[in-house]
Design a protein around this ligand. Structure first.
Ligand SMILES: [Zn+2]
Length: 302
């Protein structure tokens, strides 16, 4: 269906459904990425109807709203999205809705602390979930919004918030200690399919290089592959990583380029970058995703 028709339909459904909700119905919350879905689920639990638009392995940079999504968005009381132009193809849809219940979770963060980027219209790197402290702030922001929407569940949401940020704090401490114990500083070089890990690198002391740049919307060229293969050889990088939401072929081409120069580099495993693992698995949660990534990185590079 044509994009503008979508937008017209959204406006129609959205404005006609407003204020018709029965008081005993649960709040309809729609989220974009799997990371945001997991966060909102941890706070809202059984007290909201939660619909995540994107599943495991889905690339948010390229994701387009389907007809089903348009219906979900139209019926939503609150929509949480990442913002900073992560969901590049959904921006127009959200902007046309012009509704205060459409909430960019990145609003929780002070923009001056973010990593700048010329590749995004926002001018910032949108991969904010890889900084655990940011995720703690986002959790607080989401909790406030849910309390505002369902005030009688305040105590439950506050308790869920307290439990969850305790787990996030423990996660951060565990990551620091595993990296400190297992990976000498000169081995902390992370080469991945696209530049999703800059906040991870800044948090945990890694030099980070992505083959495709910050958005998967730009394909890696032959020159990028040659330049990065020279870097890998020079720095004696042992392993490079594919990502679950990006096709493997770019990283395989990079490995082939390094091998063709008589050097050896392995593919150290698959990292979750812009989407979590399958729902219902450990990697399908933010905490499980982070543990998987760190274990994979440390085991391949040490
Ligand atoms: Zn990305």
């Amino acid at each position: 269906m044509h994009r503008y028709l979508y937008i017209a339909i959204i406006s129609l459904i959205f404005f006609s459904c407003k204020n018709e909700k029965k008081t005993n119905e649960k709040l309809n919350v729609v989220t974009t990425t799997t990371m945001i879905t997991d966060l909102v689920k941890n706070i809202g639990g059984e007290y909201i109807n939660l619909e995540g638009l994107m599943g495991s392995g889905v690339d948010p940079h390229l994701y387009k709203a389907s007809e089903g999504d348009v219906t979900k968005l139209a019926n939503a009381d609150i929509i949480f999205y990442n913002g900073l132009h992560l969901e590049g193809k959904l921006v127009e849809v959200f902007e046309k809705m012009k509704n205060k219940k459409t909430i960019a979770i990145s609003n929780a963060l002070d923009k001056n602390t973010l990593i700048g980027s010329e590749y995004f219209a926002s001018n910032y790197d949108p991969h904010i979930w890889f900084n655990v402290d940011y995720w703690i702030k986002v959790t607080e922001y989401v909790t406030e919004i849910l309390i505002e929407a369902i005030p009688d569940k305040k105590a439950i949401f506050e308790s869920n918030h307290a439990n969850y940020i305790k787990k996030l704090g423990a996660l951060k401490a565990a990551i620091h200690s595993i990296i400190e114990e297992s990976l000498p500083k000169e081995k902390r070089i992370l080469v991945t399919a696209h530049d999703a890990f800059n906040y991870f690198g800044r948090s945990f002391g890694f030099e980070v290089v992505g083959l495709q740049g910050l958005s998967t919307a730009t394909e890696a060229g032959v020159q990028d592959v040659q330049k990065l293969s020279a870097f890998i050889i020079e720095k004696n990088v042992k392993a490079i990583f594919v990502e679950s939401s990006v096709p493997k072929r770019t990283i395989e081409a990079l490995q082939a380029a390094v091998n063709s120069k008589g050097h050896d580099v392995t593919i150290g495993g698959s990292l979750y970058s812009d989407a979590l693992g399958n729902a219902g698995t450990i990697e399908g949660t933010y905490i499980g995703m982070f543990e998987h990534n760190v274990n994979t990185i440390v085991n391949a590079l040490k």
